[in-house]
Write a new protein. Structure first.
Length: 117
């Protein structure tokens, strides 16, 4: 399984961005995907996840109500719609997938999101 993340960029506070993560390869073995982020000097943190069963979504408290994770089945793609962005959302965002019996055992390359005040 390969994961390709895209959609990062530079925006001003209050604006929106949509990140996308497209899976290729044995994508049929994926049971869920998630977004994490890592800001300079900080540890990687969970942002949002979507479980194929349901689907069921999960969010960190810091993004709940502002970010929405969704799945495009036909394109094997997961989106992260980020609204009302804040400078503290600035980070490199990574997508990850649960493949087989693993949990977040496959990762894409990061995409930079920068929010200016």
């Amino acid at each position: 399984v390969q994961l390709q993340a895209s959609g990062g960029g530079l925006v001003q506070a209050g604006e929106s961005l949509r990140l996308s993560c497209t899976a290729s390869g044995r994508s049929f073995s994926i049971s869920g995907m998630a977004w994490f982020r890592q800001a300079p000097g900080k540890e990687r943190e969970f942002v949002a996840a979507i479980d194929w069963s349901g689907p069921i979504t999960y969010y960190s408290d810091s993004v709940k109500g502002r970010f929405t994770i969704s799945r495009d089945n036909a394109k094997n793609t997961v989106h992260l719609q980020m609204n009302s962005l804040k400078p503290e959302d600035t980070a490199v965002y990574y997508c990850a997938a649960n493949v087989g019996l693993g949990r977040y055992n496959y990762w894409g390359q990061g995409t930079q999101v920068t929010v200016s005040s």
